[in-house]
Design a binder for this molecule. Structure first.
Ligand SMILES: [Zn+2]
Length: 510
């Protein structure tokens, strides 16, 4: 007797559909599994056998061969368990074959016959729907997430025995559907409101520009100046995610197993702030069973690196390629994966080891020590940061007289309108923000007037800019012009953009 069931697993972020085939015949009683399987898939044999037994089903002693095809793809993970069990039971005619025909079956089994939820349900269901599959048997705990995809019949099961008793007692399984719209709120919980940050007008302005054009930002200042607070407030002023972006981010968190069950769709831009002791693979993603790293979890949101020079050099170097391409390419023995990683990098650092340079009354570092400290952030990384702003400790006067500043909500509206201008401008090319402009596109889109061109060429010579910094000044000028609602880039926009290149002029060129 032969039976075949459709199942799937996640390879990187890609979904691979798999056929689980079972053949049951008389002969030496055994249970054999083939099909380029990793060890955890091989172990499914014991889990499936035990959970079938504990569901009060007695398997006759037969010769069972199980194959997972296509055989040229290495399979890993535990999401095939339920499909394997049903395939065997169907081959032994415990239920009619047409029950599983054209249905996708997913779920991990535990020894007592319970069906446990799996990671990556959302991308799997999306892929299945695109392939014309309309029904799916899956763990009941995954139903909420799967319900984000409309037009699928979802049969949620909590125990293997549920499926068998559906036929024994003639109580057919009915598709479940949860109206997820009730569970989705796009109201941002603002952790820190801009109006709470006293003084620091320049730094706040830099944060607004960063959010409006999705530019990377470096905040330099002494301890206690409020660098972390400013960085955290950025996620509140970023434009809202579109539905497409929400689904994209939710898929990543689904694969990473980080979706909270009560909020199936992520609508707020991610904010990730890994500790400086993070390893290279936790930052980039990877591992034996590949998982997305911090840079991918920060996709479409903010990656905040507090105390940038404290991170290991190799961890920071990992950021370079994704900061250019918006994705990371990982090669492992089991295959190569592309993870999306289009994030806004917000870094903060002290100006020196003790933190008080250039305040000579407080700073205890020698000039050499200052230089060495700053050199821990490599030039190529700095070249990829569009904006650098300095913060000073707030004076008592400023603290006293700063209240009722502009709120996060007011700023976000400004940012949204700058975003709208960008969306309109880039509707025919495949980018969303000014920071994503390639050099060729820059020439076309940030064309300068004669006066502005002369000013830029003067800057280029005077500050000995690299081509990269030159292009970054142009991009930031474009965002400043967009915030002002101006068609073309003016002198004042360039002048302001140059102010945010302190890393070219002051610290790092000495
Ligand atoms: Zn110092």
């Amino acid at each position: 007797m032969f039976s075949k069931i459709l199942s799937a697993f996640i390879q990187g972020l890609e979904v691979v559909l798999i056929n689980v085939e079972a053949d049951v015949s008389d002969g030496l009683p055994m249970f054999d599994m083939v099909g380029f399987l990793s060890s955890e898939v091989r172990e499914a044999r014991e889990r499936v056998r035990t959970s079938i037994r504990n569901s009060n089903i007695k398997l006759p002693p037969k010769h069972i061969v199980l194959n997972l095809s296509p055989a040229n793809i290495r399979k890993y993970g535990t999401c095939f368990d339920l499909a394997i069990a049903l395939s065997v039971l169907s081959a032994m005619e415990y239920f009619p074959k047409n029950f599983i025909k054209d249905k996708l079956v997913l779920g991990e089994l535990s020894l007592d016959g319970k069906v446990s939820p799996i990671r990556g349900i959302l991308p799997i269901i999306v892929k299945a729907k695109n392939q014309g599959i309309t029904s799916c048997i899956l763990p009941v705990d995954n139903i909420k997430e799967a319900s984000l995809v409309s037009g699928m019949n979802l049969y949620g099961v909590s125990k293997l025995a549920d499926i068998i008793s559906a036929f024994d007692k003639n109580k057919p399984l009915v598709p479940l559907h949860i109206d997820v719209a009730d569970n989705i709120s796009d109201v941002k919980e603002i952790e820190i409101d801009f109006s709470q940050i006293a003084g620091q007008e320049t730094a706040k302005r830099a944060a607004v520009i960063a959010a409006a054009g999705f530019h990377n930002l470096l905040i330099v200042g002494p301890p206690g100046a409020g660098k972390t607070m400013l960085a955290k407030s950025i996620s509140g002023i970023l434009p809202k995610m579109s539905m497409e972006e929400s689904l994209e981010v939710t898929k990543i968190y689904s694969v990473a197993g980080l979706l909270e069950n009560d909020s199936p769709l992520i609508t707020v831009r991610p904010f990730r702030s890994p500790h400086h002791t993070i390893s290279q693979s936790a930052m980039s993603g990877g591992g034996k069973i590949p998982r997305p790293g911090e840079i991918t979890l920060a996709h479409r949101g903010v990656l905040f690196l507090d105390e940038l020079p404290e991170f290991e050099k190799n961890v920071l170097e990992v950021l370079r390629q994704p900061m250019e391409d918006g994705k990371i390419h990982i090669s492992r023995v089991l295959g190569t994966y592309d993870y999306p990683a289009d994030f806004l990098l917000a870094g903060s650092m002290n100006p020196c080891k003790c933190g008080y340079f250039p305040d000579y009354n407080k700073c205890t570092c020698t000039p050499d020590e200052v230089r060495r400290y700053l050199a821990r952030v490599s030039r190529p990384l700095l070249d990829r940061i569009d904006l650098c702003t300095e913060m000073q400790t707030v004076s008592f006067d400023e603290l006293q007289h700063s209240s009722g500043g502009i709120t996060t909500e007011e700023i976000r509206q400004k940012v949204e309108s700058a975003r709208k201008i960008q969306r309109e401008r880039y509707k025919n090319i495949n980018i969303e923000f000014n920071s994503q402009l390639s050099n060729d596109q820059l020439e076309e889109i940030c064309r300068l007037g004669k006066k502005e061109q002369e000013f830029m060429s003067m800057l280029y010579r005077k500050y000995d800019l690299t081509a990269r910094s030159y292009h970054r000044i142009l991009k930031v000028s474009r965002t400043i012009a967009d915030l002002a609602g101006e068609e073309s880039i003016k002198m004042s926009h360039i002048r302001e953009a140059v102010c945010y290149r302190t890393m070219d002029r002051k610290f790092w060129t000495r």
